[in-house]
Design a protein around this ligand. Structure first.
Ligand code: SF4
Length: 805
């Protein structure tokens, strides 16, 4: 047995060493490389470190389990084709630390629930299936066969298949995802929420409507060849670090970079590439212009840029817009042009917080470019008006003919390594009919046609007991989802929760009445399911699909692959229902890929093509042939009203974000080197003038209280205020710690994604009595005291639901 006390003694479970220093102005460098290597050596030891890192992101190796940034062509890859955070992800997954049955005997669920996410993650890999029966205090071991029987017993006694929810995380391979959606649909429901619902759903909805496909239109070469790269609502230095290499390459070829973000992130400013001599000295300056945009000002900014492009075209006809493209490939240009020409510039400045001259400078960069790539991420997609904002990006791209042109296009950058692939494979609560038709032809049963629950709807259904079983193929749903207290209450009320996981996390501790933890192989591990060496496939952010083969021995002989677990679910639950070859799927994943080839559009000869070095790229009609499979058969200019979030006096607009030492809900460490934070995470970044205005100073402890038009108290306690150069009226703090502040009922129009990037909050001093702080001074807040949100101990306030004026 491992000596838990010994190996765990140095893993902190509190924030008493929190320190705040100066933010950095450059990203990566020798420090980044050293930190990544140190973490892998600590967790893996030297032999496994070398064995894993030399195969990470290589054509014959395994795909990084972290973000979805694409790999260069096989011949252009470096020996170390990974970033600091890729190394951290491998360290986290391939650790030698273990969570075994003795650990669970030693620690009750209640005790573990009091531990931090960081502490839980640091305990190591799960080693065998565990069960909590009938609300017991502890998990205990269970055989795989009994675990599958328990799942079958619960699922088969439901009144309807729609009372079960089947969540998927973006790490799941294409093979596991395809088998999973097939099992779920053969069981009889489309309740397939996934992490896309919380991240790029707004992108998928918007792009499907206006260009006919919900995916970005660029390749890595396009980024390298762009004349202008726009990075909006994205922090590549932390969230997609190898993107910095692509940006550096583009800069060396003459590209200009326009960054648009409330915070001046280090990775937007300068890149010190640790693999080049230049990176050891000055590095490469990235942004030519940075716009410190007010949170949620992107829609207004892009409408303003559209208006300025039209004015520039008026001054020099034929030099700015691509009239041939507009004429031949789009509809709605005149309506859009009329709309943006009539913009109210006062509203634009109120929304963006930017001067007109700064916006004109940015617009001039578009005017001067014949090949513009527009990149974005969660800073865009998690707002009430996120779908409209993505459409506005598209409007600007269409006006300049920027789709299907080398060096130009739309580049939504996905956060989790196979989140795009899972959707391609049918993990979708609203699958297109043609996909279901193909499933029917291939497998001989009629899949359910009614839409299922997305993530937000799934939480609601669990909360209201309309859903009773929750199955998660990976992920950490309790921590990833909004409105933590509501989500946890919903999960805990389930009759059965099933978590297929590699490591211990919060979701295991808000277990249903019965609960299973089923340990699975990681991406870095060899998969010998069925007695042969299996490979899986994944799709990156730019629609490139390739194989992945882990090089390491599994953490435990009891681990099963996700494909194996899904096929076993199906056999146990469905019995002889439907003639689907689960056993053949399990024994050789090639059989799954052959079905993928027949069911999934663009995947003909899938098994053969994924074996090419570097794999293959899925078809993308707008990119490939300027073909737009929209309702009118052309790309669509859309008109969106300019709505500005109205933040009541004394409140701030909060965005949740990652630290540099985390990946989604996985906390690698307690430092955020780029923002000057070390030893803790409970900080809230606020403009110094906003702090001064409300009598707060650097280092004060506050509670952050969310205001929303329902009766739920939403408060997180004891956050240290940190003066930071964010726009006035804005704030930022890490998730998942601040997820409790994101109301379940606040979602993006059209995509239902939680609005985690625009939460109206007030700050209250953590010490209770009589102190001031945001929201404590009611004198300038007339009419806002009648009813509504009552934080614990806070004043009651009434807030209009979306604050859109
Ligand atoms: S950029 Fe993303 S995919 Fe690439 S190594 Fe870093 S974390 Fe992994």
């Amino acid at each position: 047995m491992t000596d838990h006390a010994d190996i765990r003694s140095d893993r902190r479970d509190n924030e008493n060493q929190l320190e705040v220093g100066k933010p950095k102005h450059s990203a990566a460098g020798v420090t980044g490389a050293a930190v990544g290597l140190k973490r892998t050596l600590e967790q893996l030891g030297p032999v496994r470190t070398v064995r894993s890192l030399r195969r990470l992101n290589q054509a014959d190796g395994f795909d990084c389990p972290s973000c979805a940034w694409p790999d260069p062509e096989p011949g252009q890859r470096r020996t170390a084709e990974f970033c600091e955070n890729g190394a951290k992800a491998v360290a986290e997954e391939a650790t030698r630390r273990r969570v075994d049955r003795d650990f669970f005997a030693e620690h009750s669920i209640a005790e573990l629930a009091g531990r931090s996410a960081y502490w839980l993650g640091q305990q190591g890999r799960l080693t065998e299936p565990m069960v909590r029966r009938g609300g017991a205090s502890h998990y205990e071991p269970i055989s795989w066969e009994d675990a599958f029987a328990l799942v079958a017993a619960h699922l088969n006694r439901l009144d309807s298949p729609d009372e079960a929810i089947f969540y998927t995380s973006g790490r799941t391979s294409n093979e596991a995802a395809f088998a999973y959606q097939l099992f779920v649909r053969a069981f009889g429901t489309n309740n397939l929420p996934d992490c896309s619902n919380m991240c790029h759903e707004s992108t998928s909805v918007a792009l499907a409507e206006v260009i006919g496909i919900g995916k970005g239109s660029v390749s890595l070469e396009d980024v390298h060849d762009a004349e202008l790269i726009v990075i909006a609502g994205q922090n590549p230095g932390t969230n997609h670090p190898r993107m910095l290499t692509a940006l550096e390459k583009a800069k060396q070829r003459g590209a200009r970079i326009l960054s648009i973000n409330p915070l001046p992130e280090a990775g937007l400013m300068r890149f010190r590439n640790p693999q080049t001599a230049r990176g050891l000295t000055t590095g490469t300056a990235l942004s030519d212009l940075h716009l410190p945009l007010r949170i949620n000002g992107d829609l207004a900014l892009f409408q303003a840029i559209g208006a300025l492009l039209l004015q520039a075209e008026d001054r020099a006809p034929g030099t700015v817009l691509d009239h041939d493209f507009i004429e031949r490939h789009t509809v709605g240009f005149e309506q859009w042009a009329a709309h943006v020409r009539g913009l109210d510039w006062d509203e634009v400045q109120r929304a963006t917080g930017l001067t007109r001259s700064l916006i004109e400078e940015a617009a001039q960069m578009f005017v001067a470019s014949r090949a513009t790539v527009i990149c974005w991420a969660m800073g865009i997609t998690q707002h009430r008006n996120a779908v409209a904002t993505v459409k506005e990006f598209t409007n600007v791209a269409l006006a300049q003919g920027g789709i299907g042109r080398p060096g130009a296009g739309l580049c939504p950058v996905r956060g989790h390594s196979n989140v795009q692939g899972d959707r391609t494979m049918g993990i979708w609560e609203r699958p297109p009919q043609h996909f279901l038709d193909a499933v029917q032809v291939e497998f001989g049963f009629d899949p359910p046609r009614e839409p299922g629950f997305d993530t937000v709807a799934a939480i609601g259904a669990l909360r209201e007991r309309r859903a009773k079983v929750f199955v998660a193929l990976g992920g950490n749903f309790a921590a990833a989802a909004p409105d933590t207290a509501v989500t946890e209450q919903a999960l805990a009320g389930a009759e059965l929760t099933v978590q297929v996981s590699t490591k211990l996390n919060r979701s295991h501790l808000v277990a249903g009445h019965d609960a299973l933890i089923l340990p699975t192989l990681g991406r870095s591990e060899r998969d010998r399911t069925g007695g042969c060496e299996q490979r899986v496939t994944v799709e990156d952010s730019m629609s490139a699909v390739h194989a992945s083969r882990g090089p390491l021995e599994p953490a435990s002989s009891q681990l099963r692959s996700e494909v194996d677990i899904v096929c076993s679910f199906a056999e146990s639950v469905l019995g002889g229902r439907h003639a689907i070859p689960w056993s053949a799927f399990r024994s050789d994943y090639t059989n799954i890929r052959r079905s993928i080839a027949r069911v999934v559009p663009g995947c003909a000869a899938y098994d053969e093509k994924v074996d090419r070095p570097g794999g293959f790229v899925l078809p993308h009609p707008p990119r490939d042939s300027r073909t737009f499979q929209t309702k009118p058969g052309r790309a669509v200019f859309s008109v969106s009203p300019l709505q500005v979030i109205s933040v009541p006096a004394g409140r701030l607009l909060l965005q949740t974000l990652r630290s540099h030492d985390q990946f989604n809900t996985t906390i690698y460490g307690l430092d955020d080197r780029y923002r000057g934070i070390s030893g803790g995470r409970k900080v809230v970044f606020v403009h110094p003038d906003d702090l001064a205005q409300h009598g707060l100073t650097d280092g004060d402890l506050v509670d952050v209280v969310s205001e929303w038009a329902d009766d739920e108290p939403r408060r997180v306690r004891g956050f240290r205020v940190v003066p930071y150069p964010t726009p006035r009226g804005c704030a930022a703090a890490y998730y998942p710690e601040t997820n409790p502040l994101v109301p379940l009922g606040s979602t993006a129009v059209g995509s239902n994604s939680p609005t985690s990037k625009s939460v109206i909050v007030r700050l209250e001093r953590a010490a209770a009595s009589g102190a001031t702080g945001f929201g404590q001074d009611d004198t300038d807040d007339a009419g806002d005291t009648s009813s509504g949100v009552a934080g614990e101990g806070g004043s009651k306030r009434s807030v209009a639901p979306q604050h859109l004026s």
